[in-house]
Design a protein around this ligand. Sequence first.
Ligand code: HEM
Ligand code: HEM
Length: 182
Amino acid sequence: MWRNSQHSYGLIQILLHWTTAILVTGMFALGIYMVDLGYYDPWYHRAPALHKSVGLLVIGLFLFRLVWRFGDPQPEPLGVNPWSRKAAGGMHLLLYLGLFALLASGYLIASADGRSIPVFDVFSVPALTLPVENQEELAGDVHEVTAWSLMVLAVLHGAAALKHRFIDKDASLARMLWPRRD
Ligand code: HEM
Ligand code: HEM
């Protein structure tokens, strides 16, 4: 039930997948909204604080997901077409790389002033300053580009999942929704 089996995803990986997908999509909308707020808007300070707090939680989830993935072998890919198996594997790798670049660049923007980053005023995460002058701008550019790129990839990936469900009529979406018996 909790762990993956030869043909199915376990509950932990399913929960990690959907929690991350929902948080990343919400964070994208929040990011776009907050960069256009005026100084006198009540959300001018609150929205970035929320974005950074949730972002650091997503980093925690991402690290846990990587560790979990190494300890819990993936189910076998579905389908017999080797091209489609390779495309799915490549897309999953790109999603992981995109997530990594997005989260790392967000953390580096928030670190640029050298102060630790509060998470919902409950605890703080130490900052990481690099030996470059314009860390905030550089990381900001990478963050913006990776946020848009990841959203495009996620839409293509979601569309592929729907194609598998409604055109190929295979179990790939079902096995990412609930653990199944092999
Ligand atoms: C969870 C995934 C994340 C998504 C989808 C996301 C998305 C975005 C987007 C779309 C923007 C607006 C970019 C622009 O138009 O300039 C933004 C800005 C920002 N993000 Fe994120 N972000 C994420 C994670 C993080 C994390 C982990 C942090 C830091 C801990 C962070 C810190 C920031 C900051 C400080 C800005 C403001 C940059 C500026 O003022 O130009 N983000 N984010
Ligand atoms: C930001 C959004 C998303 C991200 C970052 C993401 C990421 C991933 C990753 C990395 C995998 C590989 C398995 C793993 O390591 O967990 C995966 C699998 C999967 N995703 Fe997503 N995903 C997102 C959104 C979606 C959406 C919207 C759908 C459906 C409409 C979807 C459906 C699936 C399915 C069905 C699989 C399993 C494929 C298989 O049979 O192996 N994902 N996703």
